[in-house]
Design a protein around this ligand. Structure first.
Ligand code: IPM
Ligand code: MN
Length: 371
């Protein structure tokens, strides 16, 4: 298969982790005879520094033309700490989501057996957890009208949803649940918010088309608690933009590190794949950031184009790296490996998983992986 991929590495650790994802994609291309062509452009803080615009026209253009976008991270504290700054890196990502109409953000949450004992949560709570968050990505409070009064003492952010916006992601979430364990949980705040009541109405209506799927509802405050108390109850969670943002960070604790969580943002014409962690500026350039979320985002990209076997190969390699403790410091405090060695290991495993000889002694020393 031939795929044109726009690569937006962005800020902070984005370039380092995306470099590993590209290594792994290239290994897949080589092994399975695919052609992946990349076009790289700037986005976020680095695009502001270079062009004064977090999403330059050139960047948007290559994304619109590409089959898919591979995205790193954006954000920089130098903008966060200045509430008066009019241009912010995040605007680049938000505009890109809107322009490409990436309305469904899919965030899978799974556990890895070797990491279970390292979690802050009890093994009996998290063992076997496997659910997906369907987060609406182009509506709600993120994109509603914003105002700031002239005296600067009053501000508003408006939350708006239309039935059409709710329906399209709801269909996707029901279709996913139908192929999984057949349970959909709508997370909202219908006891308070009018938009949430519209979500409930539309979701109940659409449910009629998916009779095999069980539907239940949770208020977002209760959902935040249930995610930690009993995450096994979830199969597919459907929710609006901001609730999905918050709950997915919370859910990352179940997997063991936010550095493990990949995501796909899907629209009718475009698709973007990105790790859910941010730019983690403190780690920039140190070769310590976990590349697995970026690598797994590349696997989601392949899944999206029906390259299921190739995606599985990447997931197996990631699992192997975790099993052998070939991990960055967030997962392996003592004998940790660098971002690029984790990437190298996964690339080599993809290329030659049967014949690769692992030097266990060196792995334990945190040195090299393969002799
Ligand atoms: C995410 C991020 C973004 C969001 C930021 C960077 C705008 O936190 O993708 O979860 O809030 O959607
Ligand atoms: Mn977020």
């Amino acid at each position: 298969m031939k795929l044109n991929i726009a690569v937006l590495a962005g800020d902070g650790i984005g370039p380092e982790v995306i470099q590993q994802a590209l290594k792994v994609l290239n290994a897949i291309a080589e092994k399975y005879d695919h052609t992946f062509l990349y076009q790289t452009e700037l986005v976020g803080g680095i695009a502001i520094d270079t062009y004064g615009d977090p999403l330059p026209e050139k960047t948007l253009e290559i994304c619109k033309k590409a089959d898919a976008v591979l995205f790193g991270a954006i954000g920089d504290p130098k903008f966060d700490n200045n509430p008066n700054s009019k241009i912010r890196p995040e605007q680049g990502l938000l505009k890109l989501r809107k322009e490409l109409d990436l309305f469904a953000n899919i965030r899978p949450i799974t556990t890895y057996t070797p990491l279970i004992h390292k979690s802050n949560l009890k093994e009996k709570v998290i063992k076997g957890v496997d659910f997906i968050i369907y987060r609406e990505l182009t509506g709600g409070i993120y994109f509603g009208e914003k105002t700031l009064s002239e005296d600067g003492n009053s501000a508003t952010d408006t939350c708006t949803y239309t039935s059409a916006e709710i329906d399209r992601i709801t269909h996707m979430a029901f279709a996913a649940a139908k192929n999984r364990r057949k349970k959909l949980t709508l997370v909202d705040k219908a006891n308070v918010l009018e938009t949430s009541r519209l979500w409930r109405k539309r979701v109940q209506e659409i449910k009629k088309l998916y009779p095999t799927v069980k539907l239940d509802f949770l208020y977002v405050d209760n959902a935040a608690m249930q995610l930690i108390l009993n995450p096994k109850q979830f199969d597919v969670i459907l929710t609006e933009n901001m609730f999905g943002d918050i709950l997915s960070d919370e859910a990352s604790v179940i997997s063991g590190s936010i550095g493990l969580l990949a995501s796909a943002s899907i629209g009718n014409k475009s698709a973007l794949f990105e790790p859910i962690h941010g730019s983690y500026r403190q780690a920039k350039g140190k070769n310590i950031a976990n590349p697995l979320a970026a690598v797994l985002s590349a696997a989601m990209l392949l899944d999206h184009f029906g390259l299921f076997y190739e995606a599985e190969t990447i997931k197996n390699a990631v699992e192997k790296s975790i099993e052998l403790n070939i991990c960055t410091p967030d997962l392996n405090e003592i004998n940790h490996f660098s971002t690029s060695s984790v990437g190298n290991f996964i690339r080599d495993f993809v290329l030659d998983n049967d014949n690769t000889f692992y030097n266990k002694h060196n792995i334990d020393l945190g040195q090299s992986t393969i002799i």
